[in-house]
Design a protein around this ligand. Structure first.
Ligand code: UTP
Length: 466
């Protein structure tokens, strides 16, 4: 130990530095010790502070388990297509919708937007939620989603807390953005921020990676990190005190999401589910998780693992039978979240391969570890799943260009709103860009109701209705 403390220039240290050196020594990370030894003053203090906040042990143990051949996921004996509710009967739908509306009116539901991802594929230099996404007004994702929460809140006369999960790097920017914009009319007390944790990254050879700025490479611990972070931050406790029973969960990058959709909520309540999900029919090769039954239990399998799972499955269903794609829209009971938080082990970690720029401007392949929210499903007592239409509810903003790019997303929004206009008896040209504010109407029937007897004068190539 003394030798290693000397190595890192920390012989006199008795606190954090010593602890860090002990871990680095145990996991044979001599290159990091040497790096610390080369640092001095504030730079060294900062390195030690930040590295000590990372769970190095967790990641280095995961690495050694993987290199010893531990399978990355459970093996299943039997895989079956899932039971999915397809809302087609108006009578049943009306009843479920009413149940959902009553629950919203009681003020027992909150909304959680996970916004802690790094948005590497979009190549946007700010948090993804700040991306100006809407076709006409160029509202940001945060603004649009906040307006949806506000519209639901006004419609049902209920206070709806909005939780935003950030990461330690984006947190300040996101908070300032909301403050600067007056919390988009939601009221400061109704917007609760919490940070997810960062995990260190490793090289494919199992070495911690030193970034270009001399600090350890790390990345957010996946959207599944919200379960832990909501409780550790104390935010979940505050919700319980406010009488909140469940959270509507969504990703920050889907502007079509129907926030707190009463029909989905009603179905979740009638099913007495702990966890619910919405799915769409998958396109061939689409990069979304697939909902299915594994050994009789509901589960979502990540897209890169699906073929492998199906190849080893002990059932006779054709691949086409597994076409339910999870769109990252959930209802989660707080009591279930709490039980998961206290359960030892928690959600499993998945290894992701990414590229990173290191000292000297070189790009190298790294491994990062993440947990996924849908891995909570097998822990749930009851799970319910409702299918919806892609055109109405799913247009994820993922890539700088090509599929799921800003252009695709804007077109999906315009196209949906053109359809609302057409069904309200208003004709618009194919190419017209249309944007309807959530504060005007939340869905097609709401829009038709509000447009009754009103005339619309269409001018130019774009139309905004508020
Ligand atoms: P993605 O998995 O698509 O990741 O996130 P991303 O960060 O947006 O984009 P890439 O992969 O780096 O290009 C889906 C949702 O989960 C959130 C994202 O913010 C997005 O809302 N997320 C993802 C987190 O909140 N934390 C994470 O660690 C990862």
């Amino acid at each position: 130990m003394d030798k290693y403390l000397k190595h890192a220039g920390l012989s006199g240290d008795s606190g954090k530095g010593k602890k860090l050196v002990r871990i680095l020594e145990r996991y044979r990370q001599e290159h990091v010790l040497e790096h610390i030894g080369r640092l001095s003053g504030r730079k060294k203090d900062r390195f030690i502070k930040e590295a000590s906040a990372l769970d190095l042990k967790l990641v280095l143990d995961l690495y050694s388990e993987i290199s010893r051949g531990r399978p990355s996921r459970p093996g299943y004996a039997r895989i079956d297509p899932p039971r999915v509710y397809r809302p087609t009967e108006p009578g049943v739908n009306g009843m479920l919708y009413g149940m959902g509306e009553t629950s919203i009116g009681k003020g027992e539901n909150g909304v959680l937007i996970v916004a802690g991802g790094q948005a590497t594929r979009l190549r946007y230099p700010y948090p993804k939620g700040m991306y100006p996404v809407t076709p006409v007004k160029k509202k940001s994702l945060f603004m649009l989603l906040s307006e949806k929460v506000r519209a639901v809140s006004l419609r049902y006369g209920a206070d709806i807390p909005l939780l935003i999960m950030t990461n330690p790097e984006s947190d300040i920017l996101v908070k300032r953005y909301f403050e600067k914009n007056g919390f988009f009319g939601l009221g400061r007390k109704n917007v609760l921020f919490f940070q997810q944790e960062l995990l260190p990254s490793v090289s494919p050879g199992g070495k911690l990676v030193i970034r270009e700025d001399g600090l350890l490479a790390s990345s957010p611990d996946g959207h599944g990190g919200c379960l832990k972070a909501a409780f550790k931050s104390g935010v979940a406790g505050k919700l319980k005190e406010r009488g909140i029973r469940r959270l509507f969960y969504c990703h920050v990058d889907n502007p079509l999401v129907k926030v707190l959709d009463p029909l989905f909520l009603g179905y979740h309540l009638r099913s007495e589910a702990d966890f619910s999900l919405k799915t769409v029919r998958k396109r061939p090769g689409e990069k979304v998780g697939t909902f299915l039954y594994a050994d009789g239990k509901a589960a979502v399998v990540e897209y890169i693992e699906l073929n492998e799972v199906l190849d080893e499955r002990g059932s006779s269903h054709a691949v086409e039978a597994f076409d339910s794609g999870s769109i990252g829209v959930h209802l989660i009971e707080l009591s279930f979240m709490e039980s998961l938080f206290f359960k030892s082990g928690g959600l499993p970690y998945h290894r992701q391969e990414k590229e990173l720029q290191v000292e000297g401007g070189k790009r190298i392949g790294i491994w990062k570890f993440e947990t996924f929210i849908f891995d909570a499903i097998p822990f749930a007592g009851k799970v319910s799943c409702m299918e919806t239409s892609r055109e109405e509810e799913f247009a994820p903003l993922k890539n700088f260009s090509g599929m799921d790019s800003p252009r695709d997303v804007r077109e999906a929004m315009s196209s949906l709103h053109r359809k609302w206009l057409t069904s309200a008896g208003i004709r618009v040209k194919e190419k017209t860009e249309v944007e309807i504010s959530p504060l005007f109407a939340l869905d097609e029937s709401d829009f038709a109701r509000k447009m009754k007897g009103r005339k619309l004068l269409l001018q130019g190539k774009s139309l905004y209705i508020e």
